[in-house]
Design a protein around this ligand. Structure first.
Ligand code: ZN
Length: 182
């Protein structure tokens, strides 16, 4: 059965928020959010796998004839972005996953206001786990990537630590557990 497309309103709502926060250049640009779903012969939702990897989502720039056809045949049709999310991986995913996925796909979309041009941006890092195991962080982009990941997990640990401390609401301080006298 052919893949089925539908509007992804909740992904669009997350996208709208993220554009304001992190992708200001996309404010006022047309960005469409769609789900794609692959069903097996029994109508069950399937994972979409390309080149052996789960396809969580994809960003595309629609230009030329496709933009013309998608704009009710307006001869001035402007290029626009489409974020296609694989429904199979979305439905039961956490909010953190959903935000990271939409943010990731938006990061691929670039609009340069000076030249009035839309373009796609590739990933900062493409690497094999096996190569990192054998050669470590052998180039600058990898090093930058891992430093950013370490920074984020440090921040995450601190947040978790803060959450797990019991708080004395009267004083607004972390309560110190009382230790019985020996
Ligand atoms: Zn990507």
């Amino acid at each position: 059965m052919a893949d089925q497309y539908s509007e992804a309103a909740d992904a669009a709502a997350i996208g709208k928020k993220l554009i304001k926060q992190h992708h200001d250049h996309l404010s006022g640009r047309r960005v469409e959010f769609l789900f794609v779903e692959r069903l097996d012969k029994d109508g069950q939702s399937q994972a979409i796998v390309t080149k052996g990897k789960n396809l969580y989502g994809k960003a595309k720039l629609v230009t030329g004839l496709n933009a013309f056809l998608a704009s009710e045949l307006d001869s001035e049709a402007r290029p626009f972005f489409v974020i296609v999310i694989t429904k199979h991986f979305w439905t039961n995913a956490s909010q953190e996953f959903k935000h990271a996925l939409v943010d990731h796909e938006l990061q691929h979309c670039w609009y340069d206001s000076e030249s009035d041009r839309c373009s796609m941006i590739d990933h900062d890092v493409t690497e094999f786990t096996a190569i990192v195991k054998r050669h470590g962080l052998w180039h600058h982009d990898l090093d930058t990537f891992v430093k950013a990941a370490k920074q984020k997990s440090l921040q995450f640990d601190k947040e978790k630590e803060a959450e797990s401390k019991p708080v004395d609401t009267k004083r607004g301080l972390a309560a110190v557990p009382s230790v019985p006298a020996p």
